[in-house]
Design a binder for this molecule. Sequence first.
Ligand code: GDP
Ligand code: IMO
Ligand code: MG
Length: 422
Amino acid sequence: MKVSVIIGGQWGDEGKGKIVDLLGADYNVVVRYQGGANAGHTVEIGDKKYVLHLIPSGILRDNVFSVIGNGVVIEPAALIEELHTLNNLGIATKNRLKISKNAHVIMPYHKILDVAKESGTKKIGTTGRGIGPCYVDKIGREGIRIEDFVDVKNLKSKITTHVKEKNVILEKVYDLKPINVYEVIDNFMGYREVILPFIDDSLAFINAQMKAGKSILLEGAQGTFLDIDHGTYPYVTSSNSTSGGACTGSGIPPTKITSVIGILKAYTTRVGEGPFPTELKDETGEKLRKIGFEFGATTGRPRRCGWFDIPMAKYSVMVNGMTEAVLTKLDVLSEFEKIPVCTAYKCGDTVLDSFPTDIEKLNTAVPVYTELPGWNTDITHCRTYDELPEKAKEYVQYLTDNAGVPFSHVSVGPKREQTIPV
Ligand code: GDP
Ligand code: IMO
Ligand code: MG
């Protein structure tokens, strides 16, 4: 029995979806445990492309049962749209998906508040999906949970109370139009019909599966540096996207986790605001964006691009307890003569070889680079490690030695078969 956690090792969009789909073949259950429809996990199978936002990427594997865990925040309309999209693409969801009764619901006012806050001066660059305001209500013990869908009377009453309260904030603080409570209730009665059959006690289900010897894969969203506690606060998301979040967000005890698999992109990207020491604001960054097709899978925003950052990787290995890693998008570097890798930062007169958690230091940190030679040849057709050019292998080895984690696979393209075991 294996219980593995997949986490993003950087600022998200490392290719978690592809790897969950790939490794999913060896697991019985795949669980999403935090975040919401701010995530966009892309999986390419044959000539089909799927973008998952809330539903675990494991749904694409016939042998896998999918669970949306208690740590996820769910916007009902987004979930229903995703269910329809999958069904239209021939992917069945009936009797293959459970939604935790304890997961919180993203309400219309959460999205409005998210966008309203972002229109002020303190911009985070959120996805506008209502994630932050929903987690605020969860932690404030004022949220609406999926279990509230069960009893109609209770659901209507909770919606009425919450919408009335939030309308005061919308009108008085943000000078916005109030929400029509009857419209919300009407919509939610429709959502309820679709969602009801999926609601379950996911904690009991997952633990029973483990007891029966089944293997579980936990699918993280976002990435280490977007973690609410360990990321580049306040430029983070509102959940624990590091490996610890997998336990609280699913109900799996830490003692059951057998491996933590970090997904690291062969360079670095970030969407939204916040510090990014190795960011390239020039034509090289533009080239990485173009070759890597670095545009958000959820919002379509261009991703900021830069070189691989070793201090970040070391921090990520440490805070997640990474037992192994997967290096993705190595093929994107094939067109570069020289590939700089950041090994340390200069902060004033001092040289730091560890990631500064202090945002002021991070803002002024100047990367110190080691230049590695490029391989200048297409590697997307390579299927074994031996087939990779020597210089590509040297790059992988350099990252392994310096980040302090072994790579189990190297990815050289978006498709399942473009993955090389190391
Ligand atoms: P996630 O959020 O971590 O699941 O990643 P995204 O799906 O947001 O972004 C990763 C993008 O890179 C997707 O478009 C994937 O299809 C693509 N991708 C994944 N692995 C590779 C790879 O090794 N090479 C290339 N060129 N693209 C990849
Ligand atoms: P996946 O799972 C990349 C970023 C947003 C913003 C910050 C806060 O596809 O890797 P939020 O809407 O969560 O309140 O926004 O977090 N962000 C992501 N960046 N990949 C993601 O998910 C992200 N989810 C949120 O751009 O900077
Ligand atoms: Mg993504």
